[in-house]
Design a protein around this ligand. Structure first.
Ligand SMILES: [Zn+2]
Ligand SMILES: [Zn+2]
Length: 451
């Protein structure tokens, strides 16, 4: 009798714990966590989930016992619970396309630790590129590695000839990816890319090396793309891969991925960047307006996080003759024939080019303070409400900006006449739109000239 009571209470408490975990998993999978919530890879909650995995496993096993061997109602509860968690935590990677799997950290650990019949390449998308992330996650797990190379955004001798991070938003000392032999008998090739699962995280600047690696790995063998939960980061990268390789829209690619793995859900910031990827023609075109707008946003986020702004990420000064020729000629959009330059009204020095303009939808309103421009966009543009200013990307003549102030005047570098204003936290245009961060030139203080 006492055994029966003991078993019932054990089963009930186990079920309670496991139920809590399922709630967390579902909650996160639907991405309803508050915007400032912890990274997926933060230590507390995911650990809790993984520590209770054996428990869930036991529950599932128990649920398969014949009814006569379970004892009363607890058995029924456990059976239901076990079935439920079997669905939530089927820690089996999913096949997306031939030679392409998506999975979570548990899948990657078992592939690297025990070897795998199919997988030959692993793409790890975790908050750290170091293999030590696995040991931090599960302390008895040690995966041997042998470095092939590390590629930094600033580039160096052993950089990647196909990837130039210098035009990206990433500061030069940032690691873009590391490549190594890893796992049992060092027989896997692992690429590790440091990306956090937050809405403001820069996904675009890591995409190209990831997509190249997936393509190459599928030709040579079979790849597992994984992040921590297999829900947001890995899904975003595979979505981009499907978009590029099959020329699918962001929606269609994600929908197609959901056919293989129904619970994938890239965060809203990633979805927005995948849309930009689509708009840029399934590539990261760093000369495009879309990318420039993105870069200004990323710089603004970095500034507002208290990071030092890297001046090398500012666009060249169009007032310097050599820069003008290099900036104007490569414009492949045909814009250059009808291109404009903006000059200081007082001294006629060139202060900006059309390419430097970060455009906004007139009258968009305060919603553009957030990252989610599309959702808040006002479909009824008020054309008559002309903007009294243009907004541009930060340029290398902006001394006050380089000095690191939050806000200040923008003055002509030649005659010191006041041209406008900048504010990293945003400026409201006369049309009502908020541009964040804002680098504003007042139309009354500049002349527009056709080239
Ligand atoms: Zn405006
Ligand atoms: Zn001037």
């Amino acid at each position: 009798m006492s055994y029966h009571i003991w078993l019932s209470s054990l089963a009930l408490s186990s079920f309670y714990l496991a139920f809590l975990n399922c709630i967390i998993v579902i909650y996160k999978a639907h991405n309803k966590a508050p915007k400032d919530s912890r990274d997926w890879t933060s230590k507390e909650s995911p650990r809790l989930q993984f520590q209770t995995l054996p428990l869930i496993f036991l529950l599932s096993r128990f649920s398969t016992l014949p009814v006569s061997q379970r004892r009363g109602e607890p058995g029924l509860i456990v059976a239901l619970g076990g079935r439920l968690f079997g669905v939530c935590w089927s820690a089996v990677m999913h096949l997306v396309r031939e030679n392409l799997f998506i999975g979570n950290i548990g899948d990657a650990a078992s592939v690297l630790e025990d070897g795998s019949g199919e997988v030959t390449h692993v793409l790890s998308v975790l908050s750290s590129a170091s293999i030590s992330f696995f040991s931090e996650w599960r302390s008895n797990l040690v995966i041997p590695v042998k470095e092939i190379k590390k590629v930094y955004a600033g580039g160096d001798d052993e950089g990647d000839e196909n990837y130039d991070g210098r035009k990206s938003c990433l500061s030069p000392d940032k690691i873009v990816y590391s490549l190594e032999y890893a796992g049992k008998d060092l027989k896997f090739v692992r690429m590790a890319v440091p990306i956090r699962d937050t809405e403001s995280e820069n996904l675009l600047d890591y995409l190209e090396p990831c997509l190249d690696f997936i393509k190459k790995s599928r030709q040579e063998g079979c790849i597992l793309v994984h992040c921590f939960a297999g829900v947001s980061r890995s899904a975003a990268i595979i979505t981009a891969y499907l978009m590029q390789s099959e020329q699918l829209s962001q929606e269609d690619a994600l929908e197609s991925l959901k056919q293989s793995c129904e619970f994938v859900s890239p965060n809203d910031g990633f979805l927005e960047q995948l849309k930009m990827f689509e708009d840029m023609g399934f590539k990261v075109d760093r000369d495009s307006r879309i990318y420039k707008k993105f870069r200004v946003k990323v710089l603004g986020d970095a500034f507002n996080r208290g990071e030092k702004i890297d001046i090398s990420k500012f666009a060249a000064d169009p007032g310097l003759a050599t820069d003008v020729s290099s900036e104007v000629t490569p414009s492949r959009t045909g814009e250059s024939q009808h291109s404009k330059v903006y000059r200081c009204k007082k001294c006629r020095r060139i202060v900006a080019l059309l390419e430097n303009v970060v455009d906004h939808i007139p009258g968009e309103g305060e919603s553009s303070f957030s990252w989610h421009k599309r959702k808040g966009g006002n479909p009824f543009q008020k054309q008559d409400e002309a903007c009294s200013s243009i907004f541009i990307e930060p340029l290398r003549w902006m001394m006050a900006v380089e000095e690191g102030a939050l806000e200040g005047k923008l003055s002509c570098i030649h005659c010191d006449a006041r041209l406008g204003y900048f504010n990293w936290s945003g400026i409201q245009c006369s049309c009502g739109s908020w541009i964040t961060p804002g680098f504003q030139l007042q139309k009354g203080r500049i002349d527009v000239c056709k080239v």
